[in-house]
Design a protein around this ligand. Sequence first.
Ligand SMILES: Cc1ncc(COP(=O)(O)O)c(C=O)c1O
Ligand SMILES: [Zn+2]
Length: 393
Amino acid sequence: MKSFLDHLECTSCRGTFNAEFPHQTCPDCDKVLYPKYDIENARTAFRKESLNTRPHSMWRYREMLPVRNDENIVTLGEGMTPMLKTNQLATFMGSNNLYIKDEGVNPSASFKSRGMSAAVSRAKELGFTKLSVPTAGNAGGALAIYAAAANMEAHIFMPVDAQASNLKESAISGAHLTLVDGLIGDAGKISREMAAKHGLFDLSTLKEPYRVEGKKTMGYEIAEQFGWQVPDAIVYPTGGGTGIVGIWKAFEELETLGWINAKRPRMFCVQAENCAPLVKAFHEGSKTASPWNDAKTMASGLRVPSAIADYLIIDILRESHGGAVTVSDEEMLAGMKTVASLEGVFMCPEGAATAVAAQKLLSDGTLSDQDSVILLNTGSGLKYLDLLEQSPI
Ligand SMILES: Cc1ncc(COP(=O)(O)O)c(C=O)c1O
Ligand SMILES: [Zn+2]
């Protein structure tokens, strides 16, 4: 099996670049680069029937992932997570068609494993041995385990108040951990400085072209799990937005492959009430988002004051006739309890935010009880036990 990776293309100026060179953002305009595939040729070589005998992981979509040589794939079994049709939760929320895609069962207990499996594999293939990443928390834990599995060095820059689970996971996997008195943006500055100084390859999300390729496999799986159709709506907890843009990219690729039709789900972005730059920009009708001052939320994955892919995310929300919703920390905590007690899924606060948001969208009539709706639970609540100690429920 081979990868049909062809080149990198800038999502803004459309410049094209050689994928065998380790690019980060666009050399011409500093915007996000996307890997592009030779889908014309992939159409004949890669058929959906071939998936029947493939591994039950995100690497089942091997041809549309960016690693040339199988030997470079660093995998811990990430992906192909359950698509759960909800029962009591659906009734409670007034829906007949409500699903949870449960990313909490991934290695490292979050969807960040997908991006790191792809990025670490490709970095290995391009000859790097030392990696760095700024993180709100979960991406750091994920890089630590993939770097360990690949026998590579990981340098992780994480806010000092990130969940203990990620600090411990990084430490036990032998990563070099720097705790930063600030947010992910501050960690990013230090991470890139250290990368330049010490020859590390920086894997800041969407400032490196391959993490999004791992995340896009959520879109491939959603289509496969729905019998090569897409649902009516996807509700996604958005920080940097790699997941939402990745899922959208997947649907475009799948349509070009001829595996799905032109229908797209309505995409809904959920952010925290006190860190909602994308929701604000969407409702103001802007094309880009201004950085959020004084970002505060217990959902570390949503504590992202500014996203490099703002222009892509906002475009997707508009093009898909979706929307953008905020949820407070109190609502997230209550949502965690509702989902766990009614459905048996112990969601992370980011995932619970999608349940609360969907309830708002169902009760104000934006979504109907017949719409098929997916809540993206991006991680396990088990990664957030310290938070529950602070706010017992
Ligand atoms: C659990 C969780 N959910 C959601 C997000 C936001 O992800 P994205 O960058 O895809 O918007 C993060 C990012 O840190 C996260 O850890
Ligand atoms: Zn460009």
